[in-house]
Design a protein. Structure first.
Length: 441
């Protein structure tokens, strides 16, 4: 038997031992390296926690410092206000917890914003003004939009006239004809006017402007002194023209009921048109006309949608042949149409001027018997200086002078208080002059 296998067994065992020792050493080195990494991570986390704590403590200290400075500023302001007012001032509230922002408003600060006025006069500042002084202030600060007489410029609101028109198809709602409380006028002007310069009027200027608006509506004379003492006693023309809204008590319960969805009509037919149409002309203002359209050819509505009467299928030539020839308008018809056009054009003047039976002076003089009348010749009416000068020269109204004036009032009479821009269309001038002759005599 050969001895070689016996020799190989010890050699294999030695090699295995060497490999085992090598593996153990390598494994031990890997474990040691991993522990080193974990220890480094722990150290880094501890360092980050320490830094975060330091940052938090610094922020707390900074917030405390800012709060202390804010309290110092508040205390200084309180002392300054008390010294300026000569009296005690309420202690400001401490800074709110958490964010350290804000405080309660001081009484003086609240008073600066508390400018609303109640109908009985509560809330009004002390002061006074009359229409005589208000005329100059109004012309300077308000006239560019509302006209020197409150007649309105272009599409800006009319402030004067319109009395007893609220039941008309085209009511004129002004301070005089519509507003129920004078306090609303004062509050709005003092708070929001002049346009683009809100809050710049003094109480006395506001009283004077309000007085002038009342004077423009013939509600006071020019010597009436409006003040915080008599303000609440003044009763507006339309004070009783409003009613309490009782719909919540009388109607809301009906509206909230379950709607009926049974026995509905199968078809709904439109049977009427709007009887009144309003349009805004390019030159400004508004034109209101009656709608004379007939009810024929109006659509009906069903569940499938609107249905319209179909257009005629007859050839155009047949339709043209069948249509009766239109008669040329007579001279009388043209005259009637001209007067109607003049009446429509006069709407731009009616806020200030009256004409016809019983017409009286308003914001502007009445226009009865205008042709041949001396310019500035109505006894007792307060004309502007340029009209008084024309009266002194003995000038009178005729078609030529009236047409030139109505086309460009401020150019014809430089210095006139009438801020109407003028009629741009020649046909409007012809129509309104015809209307003035016909209605005013």
């Amino acid at each position: 038997m050969s001895k070689s296998p016996n020799f190989l067994i010890p050699a294999a065992g030695g090699a295995a031992l060497i490999l085992g020792v090598g593996y153990g050493v390598a494994t031990n080195q890997y474990t040691s390296s991993k522990l080193d990494v974990m220890e480094l991570q722990v150290e880094q986390a501890q360092t980050a926690a320490t830094d975060a704590k330091a940052v938090a403590e610094a922020e707390v200290a900074r917030a405390a410092e800012m709060e202390a400075k804010a309290n110092e500023v508040q205390e200084a302001a309180r002392i300054a206000l008390a010294s300026a007012g000569g009296g005690s001032v309420s202690e400001p509230a401490p800074l709110s917890d958490g964010y350290g922002l804000g405080r309660l408003a001081l009484p003086e600060e609240i008073a600066a914003w508390d400018v609303d006025v109640l109908p009985d006069g509560r809330g009004l500042p002390e002061g006074s003004g009359n229409a005589f002084d208000g005329e100059e202030i109004f012309a300077e600060k308000c006239g560019s939009c509302h006209g020197d007489f409150g007649e309105g410029v272009d599409n800006w609101p009319v402030l004067a006239g319109g009395f007893d028109t609220l039941a008309d198809e085209d009511p004129v709602k002004t301070v005089g004809s519509y507003w129920p409380h004078l306090s609303t006028v004062y509050d709005y002007i003092y708070r929001s006017m002049p346009f683009g310069q809100a809050g710049t009027l003094t109480p006395d200027e506001t009283y004077a402007i309000v007085a002038y608006i009342l004077y423009s509506n013939d509600l006071i004379d020019d010597e009436f002194e409006l003040s915080h003492e008599n303000f609440g006693e003044f009763e507006m023309y339309n004070a009783n023209g409003f009613v309490i809204d009782d719909r919540p008590e009388l109607e809301y319960s009906q509206w909230r009921a379950e709607p009926c969805m049974e026995n509905c009509k199968e078809e709904v037919q439109v049977t009427m048109r709007s009887v009144f149409l309003v349009e805004t002309p390019p030159e400004g203002g508004s034109n209101s006309v009656m709608n004379h359209a007939r009810d024929e050819a109006l659509p009906s509505f069903t569940s499938s949608g609107a249905s319209f009467i179909p257009a005629s299928t007859a050839p155009a030539q047949e339709v043209a042949t069948a249509a009766p020839a239109e008669e040329a308008p007579t001279e009388a018809d043209q005259g009637v149409d001209l007067i109607a056009a003049g009446e429509k054009a006069f709407k731009k003047c009616s806020a200030c001027h009256k004409i016809g039976d019983g017409a009286k002076n308003g914001v502007g003089p009445h226009l009865n018997a205008l042709m041949g009348r001396p310019i500035g010749g109505i006894e007792g009416f307060k004309y502007s200086n340029v009209f008084q000068a024309a009266a002194d020269e003995g000038r009178v109204w005729d078609e030529e002078s009236l047409a030139a004036f109505l086309a460009k009032p401020k150019e014809y009479f430089k210095g006139t208080k009438m801020s109407f821009a003028g009629f741009k269309k020649e046909e409007d001038l012809v129509a309104i002059i015809a209307y003035l002759r016909e209605v005013g005599g």
